[in-house]
Design a binder for this molecule. Structure first.
Ligand SMILES: Cc1cc2nc3c(=O)[nH]c(=O)nc-3n(C[C@H](O)[C@H](O)[C@H](O)COP(=O)(O)OP(=O)(O)OC[C@H]3O[C@@H](n4cnc5c(N)ncnc54)[C@H](O)[C@@H]3O)c2cc1C
Length: 434
């Protein structure tokens, strides 16, 4: 089943006119193997990593193959969403080891982006919990890959943005939970120094994340609310989620402007009390935005980018301040800022996380933005950092090749397994990958 559509990532920018291949089974999929394409899950990446003139939808791969409830191992087809996995595992006392901020990502997308959660400082990223993967190569052969078997292809595939082949299924190791409640503690910080100290003091917390007021100025830059989380031992294991709000197609984009957001940020900060502890359902803790259907429409037809970078720990406060200063100098107006602390870098060749701090900011598209982001990318790269590929739509080839230092090794492995010129996205073209 093939159709022609205009597609985009979650940010709505850029848009690509594509032939969308939606096979109903593997045989239908194989018919399309002669084409060059990129696999596409639910399009929850923000930029153009799942865009190309031909894309392969993985929605047909949506089944749980085997769930070992005793040992907490689950094997699923790659097009299944995290939400569907959770509906099946949470009531039996299991949870996924690493969770991105949306439950609408697919298993394949989570592996291909090697996603991280609020526990990277303790648990690393998604690929580190994958036991094995079944992948279809460019010639139609299906390989089983793991850290023991074809390990070079495994390390290239986890975080490899769909450029090594189509992930068909994978087995992941789950974590045991007693309840679907999270004990959430909110801590208020007054400055960037304060925010980073709170992260360091709470390094043992299972989950941590900070919302930052991007409109704060001078000494208050970097102030925000740090939210810690632990799985509760008490409570039931229910997982009945209802969506609440829908943003209409015609939502007027002017409502979201720097003045309205600045007021929202002030109110949000004032509303939170320091050191407030409460029990929340894990869905509300991990996926608060998933209850608002199509929230990306708030940014209007031109869309937005999510700019996410990581920089190393060394002199972190000074360097984050420098970046905030540059953001202001370049006239960039981020509406939302989310800071997390990362643990160690793993062995995956194009994986994003490295020891340090990562900041993600939602920025509405305007004419001046592209030039400003080009300048900001240089600042991040000069500090030894890099930009997250699954959020990126603007990075230049040179910045990519300087900051993702294993890209040549990645290309060699793609060549070895016949992926060159077979799997391609708008992003891979822009970044100079074959
Ligand atoms: C609200 C929100 C919050 C988010 N929070 C986080 C977060 O906290 N941490 C984080 O790391 N990410 C986060 N993300 C990003 C998201 O988790 C990733 O972009 C994820 O890859 C999206 O999955 P998807 O199935 O929609 O993939 P798509 O967007 O469809 O594709 C993303 C990449 O995966 C590849 N891919 C998809 N399926 C396959 C497959 N079967 N085989 C091979 N390659 C494949 C594509 O080719 C593409 O390169 C967030 C996104 C949103 C919208």
């Amino acid at each position: 089943m093939n159709s022609f559509k205009t597609i985009s990532g979650w940010g709505g920018y850029p848009k690509t006119n594509s032939e969308v291949i939606s096979p109903r089974n593997i045989d239908e999929y194989k018919i399309n193997l002669k084409k060059t394409f990129i696999a596409r899950g639910k399009g929850r990446s923000y930029g153009d990593s799942a865009n190309y003139k031909t894309v392969l939808q993985t929605s047909f791969l949506d089944k749980i193959i085997h769930f070992d409830k005793i040992n907490g191992l689950i094997t699923c087809e790659a097009g299944i969403t995290i939400k569907k996995i959770l509906e099946n595992i949470v009531p039996t006392g299991w949870f996924i080891p690493v969770s991105p901020g949306t439950s609408f990502a697919t298993l394949g997308g989570s592996i291909a982006s090697d996603v991280h959660g609020k526990n990277h400082h303790r648990s690393g990223s998604f690929g580190e919990h994958v036991k094995d993967i079944k992948i279809m190569l460019g010639n139609g052969n299906i390989e089983n890959i793991s850290t023991e078997n074809n390990s070079d292809l495994f390390y290239a595939t986890c975080g490899g943005m769909g450029l090594t082949g189509v992930i068909l299924s994978a087995t992941i190791k789950l974590i045991s939970i007693k309840s679907s409640q999270i004990i959430q503690t909110e801590l208020k910080s007054k400055s960037l120094e304060d925010t980073c100290s709170i992260f360091e003091e709470n390094d043992k917390a299972q989950y941590s994340v900070a919302w930052l007021d991007c409109f704060a100025e001078e000494k208050s830059i970097g102030k925000g609310i740090i939210t810690l989380g632990e799985h509760s031992e008490k409570g039931n294991l229910n997982f009945n989620i209802k969506r609440k709000v829908n943003i209409s197609k015609n939502f007027p984009s002017f409502v979201l402007n720097k003045y309205s957001i600045s007021i929202f940020n002030k109110l949000y900060y004032a509303y939170h009390k320091n050191n407030r502890k409460r029990l929340v359902h894990l869905f509300d803790y991990f996926y608060p935005l998933d209850k608002i259907n199509n929230w990306n429409r708030l940014y209007g037809k031109n869309g937005f980018i999510q700019y996410q970078f990581v920089i190393p720990n060394d002199q972190i406060v000074k360097n984050l301040k420098l970046i905030f200063k540059k953001i202001s100098e370049f006239g960039i107006n981020p509406f939302l800022g989310v800071l997390k602390k990362f643990g160690k870098q793993n062995d995956n060749l194009l994986s994003f996380p490295m020891s340090g701090y990562t900041l993600a900011m939602d920025i509405k598209i305007d004419k001046k933005l592209f030039k400003s982001i080009e300048e900001l990318d240089k600042v991040v790269a000069n500090l030894g950092g890099r930009i997250y590929l699954t959020k990126d739509s603007l990075m230049k080839e040179e910045i990519f090749k300087n900051s993702y230092t294993k890209w040549k090794q990645f290309e060699k492995i793609r060549e070895k397994y016949g992926a060159i010129n077979r799997f391609r996205s708008d992003q891979s073209l822009r970044l100079g990958l074959k």
